[in-house]
Design a protein around this ligand. Structure first.
Ligand SMILES: NC(=O)c1ccc[n+]([C@@H]2O[C@H](COP(=O)([O-])OP(=O)(O)OC[C@H]3O[C@@H](n4cnc5c(N)ncnc54)[C@H](O)[C@@H]3O)[C@@H](O)[C@H]2O)c1
Length: 302
């Protein structure tokens, strides 16, 4: 039976575990030839001596698909180039990049070390840039290609103890939108998914879940991310670009785009007193109430 990604070639970064593993297997089952990239790290980004990319590539092949493992780090620009060469060298082209690799090093902002900020940014934001940029040359020559980047509600909304991760994830949403603008003329698309899935990453984060939601979260498996990822990688999504979707269990959300809510113009410009006495009272009801846990914010919005 024909799959929606028959003939397509995909790179899945961080494809050895968690969501990435589900994506690599799911894309393989949908007909894609897959470069399963994974450095094999602990949750904090230290090498753990495992080679999960090899295991997942073997699983895809055993199921009748085509795959190759790649062990480069997304945070290394040369490694990203090698990853793209691996796709083109083995399978002759590249159609989609799923920027999924990630680590966390949580801590309250006022205690966060430079190293913990730097390493998380290098994997998420620089990692997404590196692999996207390396693929852009191939995409442009082909005049086709699709990026699916993994952002997070931690970045779109904010989260306790994750200033490094949140800023990198917000950066990925901006990266995606700008790629969508720059590369539209070549028929290349760029979208984001904000996933929810019970992986080792989530069990490490203090979510502030109520017992009821903790129970629900158990059903949010990594496999639930597959259909939306396959769809965005497929030609059926040829008119979908610059978007952010959240996927949580059986629910898919389209997230709002940052846009001005209300604007006031003053012919002679604004003084401090005008802002206090005129501008702020008139936008009072437009200010988004600020909460300290993203879950409260996200769930209340729906
Ligand atoms: N699980 C969730 O609910 C959730 C929520 C929001 C966002 N995300 C995002 O989804 C993505 C996947 O998360 P997950 O929960 O599956 O995490 P995970 O820890 O289970 O898997 C991440 C994988 O990335 C690999 N990796 C780490 N650094 C790498 C590097 N430099 N180069 C290549 N591979 C590297 C790891 O070895 C691991 O296999 C991440 O980008 C994460 O930030 C997850």
């Amino acid at each position: 039976m024909a799959g929606p990604l028959d003939g397509k070639v995909a790179i899945v970064t961080g494809g050895g575990r968690g969501i990435g593993r589900a994506l690599a297997l799911g894309l393989g089952a949908a007909g894609a030839k897959v470069v399963v990239n994974d450095l094999g790290t602990s949750l904090q980004g230290e090498s753990d001596g495992a080679n999960p990319a090899e295991d997942v590539a073997a699983e895809i092949i055993a199921a009748g698909g085509q795959a190759v493992a790649d062990n480069n780090s997304v945070s290394d620009p040369d490694g990203a180039e090698a990853m793209v060469k691996c796709a083109v060298g083995n399978f002759g082209r590249l159609d989609t990049v799923l920027n999924n690799a990630g680590i966390v090093r949580d801590g309250l902002f006022h205690k966060m070390s430079f190293d913990n900020f730097d390493s998380v940014t290098k994997v998420h934001l620089y990692g997404s840039y590196n692999v996207s940029r390396a693929a852009a040359t191939v995409f442009r020559e082909q005049e086709s290609g699709s990026y699916v980047h993994f952002t997070s509600t931690a970045g779109l909304i904010g989260n306790l103890g994750q200033a490094n991760y949140s800023s990198a994830k917000a950066g990925i949403a901006g990266l995606s939108r700008s790629i969508a603008i720059d590369m539209k003329r070549f028929g290349i698309r760029s979208n984001c998914i904000a996933p929810f899935a019970l992986t080792r990453m989530v069990t490490s984060v203090p979510t502030g879940d109520t017992p009821e939601f903790a129970e629900k979260r158990k059903h949010m498996t990594a496999e639930k991310l597959v259909p939306m990822s396959v769809f965005l990688a497929s030609d059926d999504a040829s008119d979908v670009t610059g978007q952010v979707f959240a996927v949580r269990g059986n629910e898919i959300f389209v997230m709002s785009q940052p846009r001005p809510i209300r604007g006031l113009h003053r012919a002679n410009g604004w003084t401090h007193d005008d802002i206090r006495d005129v501008f702020m009272p008139s936008v009072k009801n437009d200010l988004t109430p600020f909460e300290t846990t993203m879950d409260v914010f996200f769930w209340d919005a729906i």
